[in-house]
Write a protein that binds this ligand. Structure first.
Ligand code: ASP
Ligand code: MG
Length: 412
């Protein structure tokens, strides 16, 4: 029988009643003829609560025990989902990560999936079991201990199962009804997309559209898993949600698919560093070692052998970046006059695969911002994305202006 993967996020399994509602959807797909692999998150808020307990034990906790604690939320929902399905006469069984066994790397709290053997679960399907309920977010490391995949990791569990089992589709049930052209809380003209390409979703996911864990989209793109994002609260409708799919499966699309933003950005400028071979390595090496996620980088025009280097990073990493630069300076690796941090900036980006074949998107973007008198501080571009750093107080305005400028409120 064809296999379907259905993943239910924390809000979709937040109470026994919601688990029952989710189970009904599963039952319907079983009736449609699918063997179903259900991936569950912990009940809403549960993982945060568990992380809080761990943090209370002290600042330098053992990541193996962190994983032992925070993975437990998923065990509860997996068992409850199996019980609820059984109660509805659907043959179901729960599986914790180690029972599959979902094998991962040894990086506790941020493990990567290495292997998902299918024989155990397929054998059970062969015996008449119709639903395998698997605890998301967790696996077993080479040391035989429980690992977790990083926050939001059940999305990745779901896509990895869909790839391993050659599933027909991977349905991600969440509390929003799909992927939008921008955040509906910022623009009331935001429109749900019927389809979006993997690459666009990847940009939007990593830009902070929190619908899917970035890693899950990377996996889906690599293994061409058809991914659907939909609400577990809406009607049970075959066309609901947004399909994240291959570029070729999108017939007609706008040049720009969406406008994303990231509120907590900081712009850091190293004033007057020596402009010499190796200077970028001497700056960004220590930043990376310090765990600073550098995003945009601009090297200014050089004068008399000195230049300014500007980069952006999340606001909460500014102190870490300052410390790393001070240390590099003290060690004599770099020499600069000053490090200036502007923590009142935000990043706004337009994303779309149509940009590859359309010129003028950047110009149109800058014009729209200029019409609102919004000053651009840093610009970066990639093949399918243009990002600008602006004053945070203009972020909402910029998102709305760009959404209008690219005509996103209308269907393509
Ligand atoms: N429960 C985990 C978290 O909250 C994993 C997930 O739900 O995706 O991060
Ligand atoms: Mg999630």
């Amino acid at each position: 029988m064809p296999i379907l993967v259905m993943k239910f996020g924390g809000t979709s399994v937040a109470t026994p009643d919601r688990i029952r509602r989710a189970a009904k959807r599963v039952g319907r797909e079983v009736a449609n003829g699918f063997d179903v692999i259900v991936i569950v998150s912990a009940m809403a808020g549960e993982t945060n609560r568990l992380v809080g307990y761990v943090e209370e034990t002290g600042p330098f906790f053992d990541a193996r025990e962190y994983d032992a604690v925070v993975s437990s939320g998923e065990n509860v929902t997996a068992g409850l989902m199996a019980l609820t399905l059984q109660e509805m006469d659907v043959p179901a069984r729960s599986w914790q990560g180690w029972q599959v066994p979902l094998r991962t790397t040894d990086v506790h709290a941020a493990a990567r999936i290495e292997e998902i053997p299918t024989d155990n679960i397929l054998a059970k399907f062969g015996e008449g079991m119709r639903v395998a309920v698997v605890a998301g977010f967790q696996g077993i490391g080479p040391d035989g201990r429980i690992t977790t995949l990083g926050r939001g990791g059940s999305d990745t569990t779901a896509v990895a199962f869909a790839a391993a089992f050659g599933a027909e589709r991977c349905d991600i049930y969440t509390d929003v009804d799909g992927v939008y052209t921008t955040d509906p809380r910022i623009s009331d003209k935001a429109r749900k997309l019927d389809r979006i390409a993997f690459e666009e979703m990847l940009e939007l996911a990593s830009l902070g559209a929190k619908v899917l864990q970035t890693r899950s989209v990377e996996l889906a793109m690599r293994y061409k898993v058809r991914l659907r994002v939909l609400s577990s609260f809406g009607e049970m409708d075959a066309d609901a949600g947004t399909l994240v799919c291959d570029e070729e499966d999108i017939v007609e699309s706008n040049v720009v698919a969406g406008v994303a933003y990231s509120r907590d950005e900081a712009k850091m400028t190293l004033i007057s560093v020596a402009d010499r071979p190796g200077i970028a390595a001497a700056i960004f090496g220590p930043l990376s070692e310090a765990g600073v996620n550098v995003d945009m980088i601009v090297q200014n025009i050089s004068e008399e052998g000195r230049t300014d280097m500007t980069f952006s990073c999340p606001t909460n990493q500014v102190a870490r970046a300052e410390q790393a630069m001070q240390k590099a300076k003290d060690d004599g690796q770099i020499n600069y006059h000053d490090l200036v941090a502007d923590t009142d900036v935000a990043k706004v980006s337009v994303v779309g695969i149509g940009m590859r074949s359309h010129a003028g998107v950047a110009a149109q973007m800058f014009e729209a911002l200029s019409a609102e008198n919004i000053n651009i501080k840093v610009i970066t571009t990639s093949e399918i994305k243009i990002s600008v750093l602006i004053d945070r107080k203009y972020m909402e305005l910029a998102v709305q202006a760009l959404h209008d400028a690219f005509g996103l409120e209308k269907a393509a």
